[in-house]
Design a protein. Structure first.
Length: 347
């Protein structure tokens, strides 16, 4: 009896740390639109069901499970199942968070594999929820199926080398069966077929329309291929064959300009979201390049960022921002005019 009482005292449910600060207030926007902060997450522990008394007893005897945590996350994507996929070069792998089904997976390729994963950078998802992960150090693209099973490496050459110098951004056009990938050090975008054969290269080094200076992230939106042209401090928008359409952004040190553009995304109303890694904020532009609003600032509180990187927007207009140095994903929700009430319910 004494032992059971002692165990009960030792394994009382413990509260997890709350947010560092209270959630920031909603950002009220023009026309009844608004942006709300939802939450942040950083580890496998937050996905798994709560552990019962006897599981905690087992943890006491055998040691607590080694839950995976974000180390140096970079890119984020969501799939049709609502899963959140996060690349993590610091952990040398890819986290798959499935909050709906309370499941978690960590995808990696160890050093003993034929094609080891060295520095996973960006991730894209196709129409069948297959994952495509660029590896900036290996010079390859790793492909996993929807269940996380490794399929193949695109760009793998004999001797273990990769074809690309530094593959970074990636986007998949399932309908046209095309893969787009930026090679940052070559200042080009490669258009591949689904087997990895090069069909076309887009761009060259320069600052003119359709030229790049260290292109990084990519995003497909309808007929538009959006490219973060990092050291030209802009986002270029091309058609899917690579023809220039328009650009957004100029260099500067005030809102409405860009200094370290990173992740990009588009909401249901067609507005463009751009992460600025140096300033610790997300800026939102219309297609004419006008700044509509921004959110975030440098810091560690809820709604603040330190070296933010990737961004993804799902079909419900939830915005996932990789808060890299704070080792977490922060989630916001955009409520557009005519689609949502001010209380957040469907109309």
């Amino acid at each position: 009896m004494v032992l059971l009482l002692a165990l009960a005292a030792a394994f009382k449910p413990t509260k997890q740390p709350a947010e560092v600060a209270l959630a920031p207030p909603d950002l009220q926007l023009e026309g009844g639109r608004r942006l709300s902060y939802e939450r942040s997450f950083s580890s496998e522990f937050e996905v798994k069901p709560k552990r019962g008394f006897w599981n905690r007893v087992l943890d006491f005897v055998a040691g607590e499970p080694d839950f995976k945590r974000l180390v140096r996350p970079y890119s984020v994507a969501t799939d049709s199942r609502g899963r959140i996929i996060v690349t993590d070069p610091g952990a040398v792998g890819v986290h798959v968070f499935d909050f709906q089904n309370k499941k978690y997976k960590f995808l990696t390729r160890d050093e003993d594999a034929k094609d080891p994963m060295l520095a996973p950078q960006c991730v894209a998802v196709d129409a069948s929820d297959n994952l495509y992960v660029t590896d900036s150090e290996a010079g390859k693209i790793f492909v996993f199926d929807a269940n996380g099973k490794y399929q193949r490496a695109i760009g793998s050459l004999k001797g273990g080398e990769g074809y690309f110098k530094r593959p970074t951004g990636i986007a998949v056009d399932s309908k046209a069966q095309r893969i787009y990938v930026t090679d940052t050090l070559r200042n080009k975008i490669f258009m591949l077929d689904m087997q990895g054969s090069v069909l076309q290269t887009i761009g060259k080094n320069g600052s003119a329309e359709g030229e790049f200076n260290y292109p990084t992230e990519l995003h497909l939106d309808g007929d538009n291929l959006m490219v973060v042209d990092a050291m030209n401090f802009r986002v270029q928008v091309l058609d899917r064959s690579g023809t220039f359409r328009f650009a957004i952004g100029t260099i500067g040190d005030s809102t409405g300009t860009m200094f370290r553009p990173k992740g990009i995304g588009v909401d249901s109303e067609g507005d463009l979201y751009v992460v600025d890694g140096l300033w610790g904020m997300v800026q939102v532009f219309n297609r004419q390049g006008e700044l509509l609003y921004y959110f975030g600032s440098r810091g560690t509180q809820a709604g603040e960022f330190q070296l933010p990187a990737g961004l993804s927007i799902d079909r419900q207009d939830r915005i996932f921002v990789v808060d890299s140095f704070n080792r977490r994903i922060q989630v916001f929700h955009y409520y557009g005019a005519g689609k949502w009430s001010r209380a957040g319910g469907s109309q």
